[in-house]
Design a protein around this ligand. Sequence first.
Ligand SMILES: Cc1cc2nc3c(=O)[nH]c(=O)nc-3n(C[C@H](O)[C@H](O)[C@H](O)COP(=O)(O)OP(=O)(O)OC[C@H]3O[C@@H](n4cnc5c(N)ncnc54)[C@H](O)[C@@H]3O)c2cc1C
Length: 395
Amino acid sequence: MHDYDVIVIGAGGAGMMCAIQAGKKGRRVALLDHGLKIGAKILISGGGRCNFTNLGTGPENYVSNNPHFAKSALSRFGPQDFLRLIKEHSIPYHEKKLGQLFCDHSAQDIVNLLQAECEQAGAKFFLEQNITAIEKNDRFAVKTLNETFTCRSLVIATGGLSIPKVGATDFGYRVAKQFGLSIVETHPALDGFRFKPADLKRFGDLQGVATDSIVTCNDASFRENILFTHMGLSGPAALQASLYWHKDNPIQINFVPKLPKDKLEKWFLDCKKQGSKSEMKTLLKEWLPARLADKLCALELPEKANIHTMQDKKIKDFCEKIQKYELSPESTVGYSKAEVTRGGINTDELSSRTMECKKIPGLYFIGEVVDVTGWLGGYNFQWAWASGHAAGEAV
Ligand SMILES: Cc1cc2nc3c(=O)[nH]c(=O)nc-3n(C[C@H](O)[C@H](O)[C@H](O)COP(=O)(O)OP(=O)(O)OC[C@H]3O[C@@H](n4cnc5c(N)ncnc54)[C@H](O)[C@@H]3O)c2cc1C
């Protein structure tokens, strides 16, 4: 029998941050994980370099049934607080774009930092633990195949469902159900889209084409690259839009974001006025990769559409179409590829200051398992650090 003040289940970013903070406050902390190693998702993040925070993080960068929930934790542990740790550990880093901070060398630097801080705070790791039951009397009892761990405060930090092959499970949601807590329906997010068969037929041969665009879904718009794949659409702008996508929703793609709506039409009309006799697809290549320009013209214009024979109204309609191109994806790719899980433990069940369950004193949920999901760009780790820190202060 092992007795601790605090048991954290899940040695990912959120769990380790919570253990560090609780340990610093003098709590006796155990971290349990079923994996062979700690921080498995950190190691595969950001292409192996971990985009560990975003300098511009704010509550508006998160999707949750309660858009205010993340405010408290983020305001008490922000990007600069994590950056302070990075500097203390002399980890070389750089800003890639849009406030996104990455390690120069390897995501292993982040895992090493967290491990060192956990050890310094006295937290103990127990890996390869197969947890079979959780019981609550005056204390919590966490039963594994061979042992029982008891504690006053139990923190669930087991993450979401994305990438089962690195150890993702539905453990956190099962614990929530056991204790009668409600869950906001979960979906794969920050994920590529699969096209419907008809659209795959039309666009499938564009596989490998990438272009700057604005993708809009349910009023959220993101300007970054999109990438056509063998099954649909990927690239950062598509991944971001997936965070807002629900079954049967359309997405709109502006393929020419460099020009405001009326300016593209004006540009074509100026070409016509200046006596151009070029094909539309040749002109469009000024703005788009050749294969995409050919494709959009083939789909949306008559064969051999030359600018000098096109009516102005037809030019206007074409410009409007390609700057608001509507597609209705079949689905997203799924948890095997999605970076995160949208939805999770309903924030109504938790204190936004401490992450403790309102109905079950002593039980906490932190990180991705909670219904707070960040944009692509370092926001999800910032939530893991902030929510872990908030719970660590409270346990
Ligand atoms: C490919 C990829 C790249 C990403 N890149 C970035 C990025 O660059 N920047 C960013 O901000 N976000 C990124 N993310 C998202 C980010 O990794 C997660 O949001 C973050 O790791 C969540 O932290 P967490 O501690 O809540 O959960 P996790 O990191 O998932 O940790 C959960 C822990 O719980 C353990 N666990 C699960 N089930 C059980 C169980 N039944 N028993 C015991 N232990 C269990 C797991 O082994 C794991 O160690 C990426 C995600 C993926 C998949």
